[in-house]
Write a protein that binds this ligand. Sequence first.
Ligand code: SAM
Ligand code: DTB
Ligand code: SF4
Length: 312
Amino acid sequence: MFSTINRITQIYQQPLPDLLFEAQRVHREHHDPHAVQLCTLSSIKTGLCPEDCAYCSQSVHNKTELAPQALMDVEAVLAEARAAKAAGSTRFCMGAAWREVKDGPLFERVLEMVRQVADLDMEVCCTLGMLKPHQAEQLKTAGLTAYNHNLDTSPDYYSQIISTRTYQDRLDTIRAVSAAGISVCCGGILGLGESVEDRLSLLEALAELEPAPESIPINCLVPVKGTPLQDVPPVDPIELVRTIATTRILFPKAMVRLSAGRMQMSDELQALCLLAGANSIFTGPVLLTTPNPDRNYDQQLLSRLGMVPKPL
Ligand code: SAM
Ligand code: DTB
Ligand code: SF4
């Protein structure tokens, strides 16, 4: 009997043609191979985050050139959501640079944003830091589809990247989210200086979640000047493709999202990621605080590939 990590390693290490063939077979069994879900991010509260995530432009611990912004008004967020929908996005994700959600008027405002975006007939996702069970329930009642909370890296490497919270803190929030009946969006970042073993161990930790995440963002580090990781070398592209294919095989039904880092990727690499089982991208000129390809470029890339935006 193989342990999970041995099985994951065996999948990952196959010759690339076999790995891609298996990933495509699994992908086609559960998803339309031509369809890519377009999602749009909005940074509803930017910067001055007390957490010390070594990759992040928004941490107070990092000396970055970011202009902080207080929690936006509901109307301004709604205008972004409408524009995202008009541009073909079916999922709108609101991110706040908070360590955790605090009860009170700011959270009430976020709940109102969730209600109003849900009324636009879009999937609505939030990523607000740590949540308590009663807050997750309030988000569910407001109409939240999904909550993003990444494990980011392996349990072993985690403390090299973040010291202000533990892996267990992340798992507790994820548990509160799924207990409230909200879909879990949970993935990680490649390119933090971790080993391939760390990446596979992250996939193992994701596979241990119950229920399995329905949405898995795979981010590649966007190096931000002033962070401790500003000079870490980029991820090997073939390792990225292998990681995506392995994720697809392990999580056949999940949406696998090719998330941060596409500015640094060639068209061919993005195409390979989509062939390896990624079926969603973030569109629009900025992610939360860093640049992203513009919408026309992405539309043309999809049409060159004969692929289409996934309808809701
Ligand atoms: N503050 C919340 C939290 O940490 O859960 C939500 C926002 S945070 C920006 C969401 C995710 O974005 C992080 O977990 C990380 O995986 C990813 N991320 C942040 N900065 C990044 C960067 N410079 N490059 C790639 N991914 C990044
Ligand atoms: C995720 O895993 N990636 C998105 C979303 N969840 C919130 C965020 C990427 C942020 C990239 C860095 C930035 O733009 O600040
Ligand atoms: Fe704060 Fe999230 Fe950035 Fe960490 S990743 S510093 S928690 S905004």
